[in-house]
Design a protein around this ligand. Structure first.
Ligand code: SF4
Length: 265
């Protein structure tokens, strides 16, 4: 069965979902044949050149309102290692990265920490801001204007206005779907205390980014308690999304979003 499916693949036939799941369960010699067929298709369609862009990692804040069961990134304000970077600290790291040849800046941060932590609200207030997304916009703009490196941000859920603004100061944006399964939100599931991991909300962000033709990264998380069926459903739904995957350069200065996001709400 597996070898017949692989022969069909090599001849260009599209697999059904059931056939794809069957391939994914291949073991032993069948698994070796699966790898060989995958390598053949890769060589035929993509070749063996791997490209990458050196980037600086900026964990803008590791405070987060969600509590994903597998997360090793988030901290509560009172925990050791809790940190929200100031603009000065961001620029210091980015400039060092630029000296080392980096061309992009990856902003990673928790989702809406101001919703549960007064410490984050106080940090934002002293800057005249209301939301962490406002602060991200400011940090991206400063990095772009001061260093010329291209931001790519993964800030969690974004509404249409957020996407429109962040588009102006990012080369690309990203949000992992993680998984389309609502089951993972149930008690004892990894997303039980993570309101921003509702699949419908995440798909809405992905869809809006596609409509706005924003270069966007997304995907699924593997090994968080999902089943093969749930992986399959997630890929199928992402496959139907309107994602615009190419890279473009943002304008060096924000035209439409010269003010913090909150003033545009
Ligand atoms: S959303 Fe979840 S995975 Fe992301 S930082 Fe928060 S707790 Fe961690």
């Amino acid at each position: 069965m597996v070898r017949t499916l692989l022969r069909d693949c090599l001849q260009g036939k599209m697999l059904t979902e059931e056939e794809a799941v069957r391939l994914a369960s291949a073991q032993g010699e069948e698994f070796a044949a699966l790898l060989a067929a995958a390598a053949e298709l890769r060589n035929r369609h993509k070749g063996k050149i791997i490209t990458f862009s050196p980037k600086v990692f900026i964990p803008l804040t590791n405070l987060c309102r969600d509590f994903c069961g597998y997360c090793t990134f988030r901290r509560a304000p009172e925990e050791a290692g809790a940190k929200t970077l100031t603009l000065g600290e961001v620029l210091q790291v980015v400039r060092r990265g630029k000296q080392l040849g980096c061309t992009e800046v990856l902003f990673s941060l928790g989702d809406r920490p101001e919703a549960i932590y007064p410490e984050m609200r106080a940090f934002l207030t002293q800057l005249g801001l209301r939301r962490t997304l406002d602060y991200l916009f400011l940090a991206c703009r400063v990095v772009l204007e001061e260093t010329g490196l291209l931001p790519h941000s993964n800030p969690g859920l974004m509404g249409r206005k957020d996407l429109e603004c962040l588009k102006e100061v990012n080369a690309s944006l990203g949000l992992m779907l993680e998984n389309v399964s609502e089951r993972l939100l149930l008690p004892s599931g990894p997303h039980f205390l993570a309101p921003d991991k509702k699949p419908g909300l995440r798909l809405r962000t992905v869809e809006e980014a596609g409509k706005l033709r924003i270069p966007f990264t997304t995907g699924i998380l593997i090994g968080i308690g999902e089943t093969w069926e749930e992986k399959k459903s997630s890929f199928r739904i992402l496959g139907r999304s309107r994602i615009f995957p190419c890279m473009t350069n943002p304008s060096p200065r924000s035209r439409r979003c010269s003010k913090p996001l909150r003033s545009r709400a």
